[in-house]
Each structure stands twice: as structure tokens, then as C-alpha cells.
Design a protein around this ligand. Sequence first.
Ligand SMILES: [Zn+2]
Ligand SMILES: [Zn+2]
Length: 496
Amino acid sequence: MRGVLPTIEIGYWGNKEGPVQDDISVRFRDSVEVEALMSPFQTNRRNLILGGAASMASFAGASTASAQTPEAADCEATNYYGAPPGSGLSMPPYYQPTPSIKNNNNYFPQSEPLGPDEMRIIFMGSNPWPPRMSQASTSIMVELGNGKRFFFDFGPGCLRNIVANQVPIPEINDIFITHLHIDHYGDLPYLWQFAPFNGRWVPLRVTGPSGSRPEMGTAAMCDHMVQMGLWTSTWALGGMADGYEIEVNEFDYTDDGGVCYDQDGVRIIHWRRSHALDGASAYRLDWNGLSFVWTGDGKPDELTAEYAKGVDVFVSEMAVDLVSLWAIKQGVSQTMGALTIDNFHTPHYAVGYLANVVQPRIAMVTHVSFDRELIGEMLSGIRMHYKGLFAFGIDHTVVNVTKDRVWVREAAFPETTNVVRPSAEWMQANIPMEVTTSPNPVLANQQQSVRDLEIDPALFTPKDQMRRWARVAEMGEEITVDPANLIPTGTPQASS
Ligand SMILES: [Zn+2]
Ligand SMILES: [Zn+2]
């Protein structure tokens, strides 16, 4: 079979037989022998597509093979979802709402206290590039029934989604970065600079890998972030300054399987990923017999197959291996597209391959451009190898997990969300209750002459609205800050 494809020769780089050549030459060809480029699976994949077995809706599960033996029929009888006609695919019997779920179709933030034995995972961003109305960059929040929250990666735009999910700002902490591409930590400076305003007067805790050189590690990134943020942090008053501290837990990226968090029954390990530069890491969280893996970015690899084995929720990054389409749609050069996928990322076929090895209770993909017209193609690639429960982890996807149930929904919230107050318990446990004073930072950092140019408030403020201005001139050298004011004793009463 021959075809004319505007494509390039791919598929021979970085294989196990030899390293990537220094002088990579990319050969564009007007025509290419399609057969020569087809993998052994490709025929099967096309048959799958033609047969319709793999082109189901955006998520589909399978617990049984298609063989219609009496044994298989018996097995299917235990699954009340049954098998769709002709496909042999079905939702597994454990795909059921967990006990804490109030609405089986949507998750409404703050409406569902998490069960004590339950894990909830919410995707706060899912696309590496570009920023989209529907997708921020990668971030996954994991909440546990013991009250702990963890954030895996913190890509640009994720903070908006986290706020919309009504997570109190001071409680956005314990952030685990897989690697230092900006799509995995771009909202960190935003959070770091603003969170003290909302009462996070305790250090930001960031965990991440070292690099091949000190300047390539997580600690160096945080140091430079502090430099970058001086404009904001210089204004810190009293105890607020503690909120501009960063506790960096930089682990040795070569320590495969090393523990980077071990508190309150929660254990998080990491391992190396093959992704662009040394230091890229994956994470696995284990708590109370439940587990979660986020691969971060990287090529499919044996360490992930080993450490993720049998995990409850396996989340992989994914790059759809369609460089010609990228070129047509986005103007991404095919060379760049092929280099990116072949050196940095997990193609959709590989997601299925890895998921089949790992055998999770649910496999998910994120870090993917969720183009609706490509859902069938993405799924067909994954379904070549993996027949288990699967779902996309796109912004607002919510997954509840217990030992015997898994359930996937979408979060629902209005567009005009605002930050939610932290609980009084959190404030009392974390905010110092003594009155503190500090030198007025404005006096040291702003000229009086520019203040003198301000228009007198009396010229634009209604007389009955005039109040004592919290202005520098009236504050003097010392400012008194009373953290107790952060917790109001009641709602304001209308004055008569
Ligand atoms: Zn990325
Ligand atoms: Zn990356």
C-alpha cells in the first residue's frame, strides 16, 4: 500500500539499540511507504476503529474480554452495567458513587465532606500549551479523608480553578513539582506573592527534584522566585513576612523510589523520568490502602511500570502522535512536533501500553490538548493495549476513590467565584495570635514627593463617607498588626 503523506521519517530515534544521534537529520518526503512506517499494532488499531470497538464516548471501561464463552457470560452477569452490544466493553462493577457523594452527576464544591476513608482527586489544569479557555496548565489536587491536601504540579492558570473549587487560599500548600518546565509551576509565584494577603502567614512548602547541576534544581528555582517577587514581599508586615518564606524540600532525583513525604500515614515516593533533562520525576502517593500516581512528563519507562504497578489511580501525561495535524492546525513545525514527542513525551499508544502493564483500577490521561474531534483517535490509540476503566483528566474532572469504588464527575461552579475563608480551626492553628509590630515598609520604599502629588481624598469622597485613612502619614514608623482581626466575631450589623 502506498500513500502520499506530508510527513517525516520518525520512529527510529532514541530506541534501546542506541542513543539519539547528535546530528539528527529530519527528512521530509513527498511520499512515503505507509506500510514501512506502520507499527505491528497499526493494522489492529485500524481494525479496531473500523469495527467501532474503540471509538466509544470520552470514557469507557472494560472488565471482560469479548470472547463469548460460557465462563465469560457468567462473569458478565456479576456486572450490573452489562456489556454494550457487540463490543465486549463494559464498566467494571466497582464504578459506583462513593458514600460521601451527594450528587452523582456533578461535584459542587463545599457540598460534600470527604469520607474518612476516601480520596478525592480534582484536575485543576491539564494542557501544557497553549493556555485555553477550557484548559489551564497541569495541576492535580489530591484530597484525603484525613483532611490533608496535596498539589501535584502548579501550572499557569491552575490557581483560578483551585479558587473556584473553594479551596481556602492558606490551605493551598504542600506542592509537589515534577520538573521545572513552566507549564508545571507557572502559578507558583502568583500563589506565593498573594497567599499571605489571605492569611497564609506560614511558609509555602514546595517539594521537587534536584537537577544535574544545583542551578537546575527546585531550590534554585525557589530562590530566584523570591528575587522575582521582591516587589510584593517587601511590603510584608509583622507575622505576614513568614508567609513569604519557602520551605523547599529538594530531593535527590536519582534516588528512585525515595520517600519525599512521610507524615500522618501519607507516603509519597518519586522516581526518575526520561524527559528532556535530568531531574524530571514522577510521584506515587499511598495512604490508607489507596494510591495515586502522577507520571509527570516523560517517555514510557520501566521505572514507572514498576513503581506504579497496581496503583488505584494511574495518571499519565499524553501526547497524541499526530505531528502532521499539529502542523496543519497550529503551525508547529513537524520537526519540532516529532522531536518533542519522540524525546519528551508519552504517545497515546504508549499510555495504553503502560496502563496495561500497571493494571490500575482507573487509568487517566492529562497534560493533553483535549480536542473533541480527536477523542476517538486518542482513545483508539489507548485501547490498542488497555481495556480497563479509563477517563480523561481535564480541568474540573473529579474522581472519588474508596477501596471498593471509583467514580468520575465534573465539578460545577459559577464563573464569578471568589476565595473562600479558611476555617477558624485552620486560622487558630496556624496564625500567631499575639499582636506584632513592624517598621512601616512604605516609608522605606516610597518617596514622600510622589505621595505629595496624590489628590486630596476630600475632593472626591462624599462627606458622610470620609473616614480615617489607613495612610502612611498617620501610621508612622511602626505599624501594629493584630492577626485576631482576621477572624471576625460576627457579620456586620447595619447601623441605624
Ligand atoms: Zn509539561
Ligand atoms: Zn515538561
